[in-house]
Design a binder for this molecule. Sequence first.
Ligand code: ADP
Ligand code: MG
Length: 575
Amino acid sequence: TGHKEVHGFQTEVKQLLQLMIHSLYSNKEIFLRELVSNSADAADKLRFKALSNGDLYDGDANLRVRVKADKDANTITISDNGIGMTRDDVIAHLGTIAKSGTADFFSRLSGDQASDSQLIGQFGVGFYSAFIVADKVVVRTRAAGTEVSDGVEWTSAGEGDFSVENIEKSTRGTDIILFLKEEEKEFLDDYRLKSIVTKYSDHISIPVEMMSEEVAEVPASEGPDGEEIPAVAAIPAEWEGVNKAEALWTREKSDVSDDEYKEFYKHVSHDYGDPLLWAHNKVEGTTEYTSLLYVPEKAPFDMYNRERQHGLKLYVQRVFIMDDAEQFMPTYLRFVKGLLDSNDLPLNVSREILQDNKVTQAMRKGCTKRVITMLDKLGKKDAEKYQTFWDEFGQVLKEGPAEDMANKEAIAKLLRFASTENDNAVQNVSLNDYIERMKEGQDKIYYVVADSFEAAKNSPHLEVFRKKGIEVLLLSDRIDEWLMSHLTDFNEKQLASVTRGDLDLGDMDDAETKEAQEKIEKEFDSVVSRLKESLGDKVKDVRITHRLTDSPACIVTDDQDMSSQMMKLMQSVGQ
Ligand code: ADP
Ligand code: MG
């Protein structure tokens, strides 16, 4: 024991603590949800490790978490017999390593209290939420498989630093002791604590236990008619479970309420916000599994960071196996969170085995379909909610057609674009909407790609389309050029850029205009030759165009050549 050290919190952790304490005052009780959730994770991790080393249980395999208030000491203690932490774990996880995404998160803070509070709501709060109600927190922990003398005590007042010291701890697992702030004493009330547990932690798969109230002995007495009423023995206080303690995904859909699904989402996703929608399915047949897939309401801060861990929680026959199993979702659906519980995979499955495995492939295929169907249904049923989804995740979904040939058409249905139909930047026009509005004789879906929405909207290439009342999709996201190079047709209609090649408006050019056009071409023949001469090698060709109504000239690319937007993209990366 001993060997006390003081460490400074990592800068981001310090900032996070400050912000959290100041912005979550209206929802203080979530500290208990976060700490119970960590205990459940710790139980999952121990169960997994014990699969290959049963000794880790050390005679105590009934994993649970206990919550106890002490009115005299003014403390709440949350105690588990999960995996515990070593000294190094404690230092790393409780103070010096910030969660992934923290840096991104801080770069978005404005300093404005109100909007920053909104932001923290989208960032997982976790362990540090203890400091919302406590002005001192002590963590006493011992890792499974270590000696009594290998315990560690972590102490902090949540300001600049924390201390760690080795202690003796007789039991495995972690105790979190919260020294409540003077004004937070209401949480010492057992009734209050119990209601918080059932509100947020009912679905946690290990029991959450609290001490029952002690019932005093009732001495023998005499009834009104002189008969003897025997004494009733005292009932001592004992630990009793207060939550359902049943893995939520194993229950029938009809037995699970929306609120339960939402709370469970927070546990599996480590997200503070709500899910936008979810799908819970039991799949039977050649591969058997249960999936519970969520689409979050808000995109994480680091969604575009390709190194960011993402993926589903994997269980095999109810036993937690791993977090962030990325093999079950294609990259363009990396925002999906949730879990899979397989009946077919072996309990000792590793990431390597998952890589190249028939079961994995079948589950991935099934889950991908599930998500696409869920989004398609939402798009048809609730345009407003779908728009929320699109604004958050549309950019990622646009990677789909390039990545997933098999589902290209289905993904294309989910896409939304800005369009000349309403001429504003909101991306809410689907390809099907477009097709419904196509002019008679029109056989292509027209689009323009530019650097910005303004540039797309004001592109001179659009003039003839506007004149003829033909709708054009206005694309200006970074990924759009990439998307369109993989999305060449939809519903048997070609997608055509208005900036490419000879524009053929097909049957929509009437004979009368054709004649007029030929006349103009003859008239300007000499102008064209002069331009060709003076531009020389700088251009491939100079042509008369009938696309423009107001602008004098525009640049186009050949059908086989790179588009002008792609050319700019290549130049920007130094090609
Ligand atoms: P998250 O749960 O999202 O990882 P937290 O801030 O809630 O983030 O917890 C940080 C880390 O501290 C956890 O990932 C885990 O490694 C460790 N930890 C927290 N509570 C416990 C506990 N009760 N038992 C074991 N480890 C824990
Ligand atoms: Mg946590």
